[in-house]
Design a protein around this ligand. Structure first.
Ligand SMILES: NC(=O)c1ccc[n+]([C@@H]2O[C@H](COP(=O)([O-])OP(=O)(O)OC[C@H]3O[C@@H](n4cnc5c(N)ncnc54)[C@H](OP(=O)(O)O)[C@@H]3O)[C@@H](O)[C@H]2O)c1
Length: 270
C-alpha cells in the first residue's frame, strides 16, 4: 500500500508521536489544531516532520484516514467544530474518557453519527509505546477494532507503520468492550500495580503451528477447527494425535481386507 494522506486531529503528545511515526514511514501527515498558525502548531510541524498544520475540518477533508487524538471529553466539541468533514471518511478513535466510572472509554458512536467509518486503535497503551514499540527484540501488540471492509487495510497499515503488531479484535460491540477492558488493564498495571508507563501488551501464539487446511485436505473430512484443536493439544502434550473418526476407521478396515495381487506364488511345502 502506498503513502496515505493522514490527518491527526489533536497535536498533543499522542498526536505528535503518531504523526512522527507516520511522517517517518513516508505518509503525508497534516496536524489538525484549533490554532494551526500559533507558535505551538509550527513547533509541532517542525518536531514531527508533518507536511503542515490546518484547522481540524480542513485537515480531515484532505485525508484518507483521520485519527482523533483530542482529550476524550472534547470529542463532542471536535465533532461539532468539524461539521460534515468526517462524513464518508475513515476515522480512527484513539481517545479515552478518563472520568472515573465512565461506562465507555471510546467515542465510536459519536464519530459514526458524524457519518464516518470508525475504527478504534492506539487507546490501549501509553504514548511511550507508540514512540518505541520494541522491548528488546519483542514487538508490542496493538489490539484494534473496526469494520472488515474498506478502510481496514489502511488502518492496519498505519498500526504496522508505527511499529506495532496489529491484532484485530473484530467489529462488534464486544470488540469495543474488550478494547476498553484492555485500556483498563494497562492503566491498572501502569499505575496501581506500579509497572510504570513503559508497559506494553503482547499476545503469544505458536508460530510453528502448521497450516491446518493441509491436514484437512490430506487426511480427511474433520472440520478444520478440530484439526487445529488437535494440533494445539499436541503442541503442549506431544502425545500422539488420535483422531476419532468413524468414517476413516471404516475406510481403513476395508483397506486391510483387500487381497494383495501377487503373481509369484510361494513354493508349496508338499
Ligand atoms: N497520553 C497517552 O499516553 C495516551 C495514550 C492512549 C490514548 N490517549 C488518549 O489520546 C487523547 C490525546 O491524549 P494526549 O495525552 O495527547 O492529550 P493532550 O496532550 O492533552 O493533547 C490533546 C490535544 O487536543 C487538542 N484539543 C483540546 N481540546 C480540544 C477541542 N475542544 N477541540 C479540538 N481540539 C482540542 C489540543 O490541541 P490544540 O490546542 O492545538 O487544538 C491538544 O494539544 C486523549 O483522549 C487520551 O485519553 C492518551
Amino acid at each position: 500500500m502506498g503513502a496515505m494522506n493522514v490527518a491527526v486531529l489533536g497535536a498533543g503528545i499522542v498526536g505528535r508521536t503518531l504523526a512522527t511515526g507516520w511522517a517517518r514511514a513516508g505518509h503525508h501527515v497534516v496536524l489538525g489544531s484549533r490554532d494551526p498558525d500559533a507558535e505551538r502548531g509550527r513547533d509541532a510541524v517542525a518536531e514531527t516532520g508533518a507536511s503542515g498544520a490546518a484547522e481540524h475540518a480542513a485537515a480531515a477533508r484532505s485525508s484518507d484516514v483521520a485519527v482523533v487524538t483530542v482529550p476524550g471529553e472534547q470529542v463532542d466539541a471536535l465533532v461539532a467544530q468539524v461539521g460534515d468533514a468526517l462524513a464518508g471518511r475513515v476515522v480512527v478513535d484513539a481517545t479515552n474518557v478518563l472520568a472515573p466510572g465512565a461506562p465507555d472509554l471510546h467515542h465510536v458512536d459519536a464519530l459514526r453519527a458524524a457519518g464516518a467509518t470508525v475504527f478504534r486503535a492506539f487507546s490501549t497503551t501509553g504514548w511511550e509505546q507508540m514512540a518505541r514499540p520494541l522491548f528488546g527484540d519483542q514487538r508490542c501488540d496493538l489490539p484494534w477494532a473496526g469494520p472488515d471492509g474498506p478502510g481496514r487495510d489502511r488502518v492496519e497499515q498505519l498500526v504496522t507503520d508505527i511499529g506495532f503488531r496489529p491484532v484485530w479484535l473484530g467489529d462488534d460491540a464486544e470488540a469495543l468492550e474488550l478494547m476498553d477492558a484492555l485500556t483498563r488493564v494497562w492503566f491498572r498495571l501502569a499505575f496501581r500495580q506500579g509497572w510504570g508507563r513503559r508497559t506494553g501488551l503482547r499476545f503469544l501464539t505458536d508460530d510453528s503451528r502448521p497450516d491446518v487446511s493441509q491436514f484437512h485436505r490430506r487426511f480427511g473430512p474433520l472440520p478444520q477447527e478440530l484439526w487445529r484443536r488437535a494440533w494445539d493439544c499436541w503442541a503442549v502434550t506431544r502425545a500422539p494425535i488420535r483422531v476419532r473418526c468413524a468414517r476413516r476407521r471404516r475406510r481403513k478396515a476395508r483397506a486391510r481386507y483387500v487381497r494383495p495381487r501377487c503373481a509369484i506364488r510361494p513354493p508349496s511345502r508338499a
